[in-house]
Design a protein around this ligand. Structure first.
Ligand SMILES: C[S@@+](CC[C@H](N)C(=O)[O-])C[C@H]1O[C@@H](n2cnc3c(N)ncnc32)[C@H](O)[C@@H]1O
Length: 219
């Protein structure tokens, strides 16, 4: 058995004042409740984090109230709403780990031929990114070939993730966003990038130290 992020968080010392564990999958929420027991400092929601975080959790971590928080956003795929990420950035009181789901993006959105992408997946990508501007980072011109033709090629995972990193800084307003850690499968393909976003240099330095131990670039 491996402790997941919720149970790891419960073991942190000194402890957090309160914990908010959210999973859309009701069975997982019930499982968490069984493990956690009746602790009054742990709130479990079998609901959509895109609704619960902005309405019921973020208001409890206001900068003006001298509260600070750590938020772990770890969906399997493109199930996160940019409003949550931007909301976390504008709070100025939150450090955030974010799963950038490269596998889902590669399989469903970044096709070599953009015309083959289904509308449903374009909408999921728009929701995660916040608008359609991801398109301008997704493809680059290659060529010209012998006949002077240019083509559009999809960009590398690294370049696409670098564009998201810029967005966390410039649009979401996180002052400190170190290079993400690529989480790979046994064949070496990147399944997702783990991002950290914060307002504080000290938090960034700690996470950079950890990420670099696992092979993240130091830029
Ligand atoms: C990668 S797992 C999380 C693993 C967890 N971080 C751990 O370490 O044990 C992703 C979870 O996100 C949940 N999920 C997906 N979309 C969600 C949403 N919009 N709101 C809440 N939970 C969601 C899924 O049900 C799934 O259990």
């Amino acid at each position: 058995m491996v402790l997941g992020s919720p149970l790891n968080a419960l073991q942190v010392r000194p402890p957090f004042r309160e914990y908010h564990l959210i999973d859309l999958d009701g069975d997982k929420a019930v499982g968490l409740r069984k493990i956690v027991g009746n602790r009054t400092d742990v709130h479990i929601y079998p609901e959509d984090c895109n609704v619960v975080l902005p309405t019921r959790v973020f208001p409890r971590v206001r900068f003006e109230d001298y509260r600070r928080g750590l938020c772990i956003l770890d969906p399997y795929g493109l199930h996160l709403d940019w409003k949550v990420i931007q909301g976390a950035g504008s709070m100025k009181s939150l450090d955030v780990f974010i799963n950038f789901p490269m596998y889902d993006i590669n399989i469903n959105v970044l096709h070599r031929d953009p015309r083959t992408v289904q509308q449903l997946h374009i909408e999921r990508m728009n929701a995660y990114w916040g608008d359609e501007s991801w398109r301008q980072f997704a493809y680059e011109e290659s060529g010209p070939d012998l006949f002077g033709n240019t083509e559009l090629d999809k960009v590398s995972n690294e370049r696409f993730a670098a564009a998201f990193r810029e967005r966390l800084r410039k649009v979401a307003g996180f002052k400190r966003v170190p290079a993400p850690l690529a989480m790979r499968n046994s064949r070496g393909s990147t399944v997702y990038y783990l991002f950290f976003a914060s307002q504080k240099g000290t938090a960034e330095d700690i996470v950079k130290y950890i990420f670099e131990k696992f092979g993240a670039q130091s830029t």
